[in-house]
Ligand binder design. Structure first.
Ligand SMILES: [Zn+2]
Length: 358
């Protein structure tokens, strides 16, 4: 999931159209593209099918809705109303977000061998297991601490565990083969190096095919929008923007002609320019947030700085996470300091704080 839009940098797209929902489109040697609909403002996710029938690996699944299940049944055949007649031999899940991991349990039950990151698998299970009131209370507390208005807090208290609504029960940890950064794995008859992206999710898997420079980039590098980088109630990383920017730096060693297969948008070339644009985007945002903290300000106060449009309930939590990611980055850097005012966290420029104290 990703907000917000940033100005297009016209990457060199491989196609000028996207596949229809039931279409399987060949992207490059041994990799096919399936584009699944999503019931959000970001309306699709890309899944990749590696290898040939008999040795196929699906990368990511879409959310657990009847629409996604029906589309997968068109590819692999239906068994009963809700099952699959056949399956890809392997399923690799890049990270815990619902649009990527939503149907891991469903594919696992139907017989796919499961591949993922130990951290992401544990996170998916722990979020899925939270009961509704625990989940709502946690969000309400987080909203209140960050200055979100009472009306939005009472709305969030009515909400069930939204993760469980669009994710089928995540398979138990022992059912997965876990992959780690640096490992080389054979998937669908080709060798891929496992890379890990941090900041969008804690330990997101990416795959790099050295032989012909293909990067399955998950949500680390998207061609048109800036991947969501959020502080969250469920994540341990309190400075995810630093982690995200560090990962971008690490990816600069890949060759300029790398074909990037992003989880949202169209496959493209122009990796280094895109990394530069994402870095510049965050630098601009950090400067704006820093300026806005001349007076003590909450994360909610940053919404008008960072987001031009009105936010719906789902976007509210992304916006809060994204605002905090920028505030925490500046706090860790020593430019901002945090104080509590009537139970609300406020951030202020370090120099201004010294002046205000005098
Ligand atoms: Zn994601």
């Amino acid at each position: 999931m990703s907000v917000p839009d940033i100005s297009p940098t016209s990457p060199d797209y491989l196609f000028d159209s996207v596949p229809a929902p039931a279409e399987i489109r060949s992207v490059c040697e041994g990799i096919q593209w399936i584009r699944l609909p999503l019931p959000f403002a970001l309306d699709h996710v890309n899944c990749w099918l590696l290898g040939e029938p008999g040795e196929q690996v699906l990368v990511d699944t879409g959310v657990a809705t009847s629409k996604s299940r029906a589309l997968w049944q068109q590819h692999w055949g239906a068994k009963g109303a809700d099952g699959l007649a056949s399956v890809p031999e392997k399923l690799l899940v890049t990270h815990f977000h619902p649009d990527h991991a939503g149907l891991a349990g469903w594919f696992g039950e139907a017989g796919s061998q499961l591949y993922g990151s130990a951290v992401e698998i544990a996170l998916s299970r722990s979020i899925w297991s939270r009961d509704d009131s625990e989940y709502a209370q946690e969000y309400a507390r987080w909203y209140a601490e960050n200055g979100i208005p009472e009306e939005a807090i009472s709305q969030v208290l009515q909400k069930p565990n939204s993760y469980r609504l669009i994710v089928s029960e995540p398979p138990a940890a022992e059912l997965w083969t876990c992959l780690e950064a640096g490992q080389v794995v054979e998937l669908g008859g080709a060798q891929y190096r496992v890379l890990v992206g941090r900041g969008h999710a804690p330990d997101m898997l990416m795959l790099y095919r050295e032989s012909d420079h293909v990067l399955i980039a998950a949500d680390q590098i998207l061609p048109r929008i800036s991947p969501n980088v959020s502080v969250s109630t469920v994540l341990a990383d309190q400075n995810p923007l630093q982690s995200f920017l560090d990962t971008l730096d690490e990816l600069k060693v890949l060759p300029e002609d790398t074909l990037v297969l992003p989880s949202h948008g169209i496959p493209f070339r122009g990796l280094h320019a895109r990394i530069g644009a994402l870095q510049a985007h965050h630098e601009d945002r950090l400067a704006e947030v820093y300026q806005a903290c001349r007076q003590p300000a909450s994360a909610y106060d940053m919404f008008s700085v960072l987001f031009a449009r009105k936010l719906d309930a789902q976007q509210m939590s992304f916006a809060l996470g994204e605002s905090l990611a920028h505030l925490h980055f500046l706090e860790h850097q020593g430019s901002l300091t945090r104080q509590s005012c009537d139970g609300v966290d406020q951030f202020v420029q370090v120099e201004q704080e010294t002046k205000l104290d005098k």
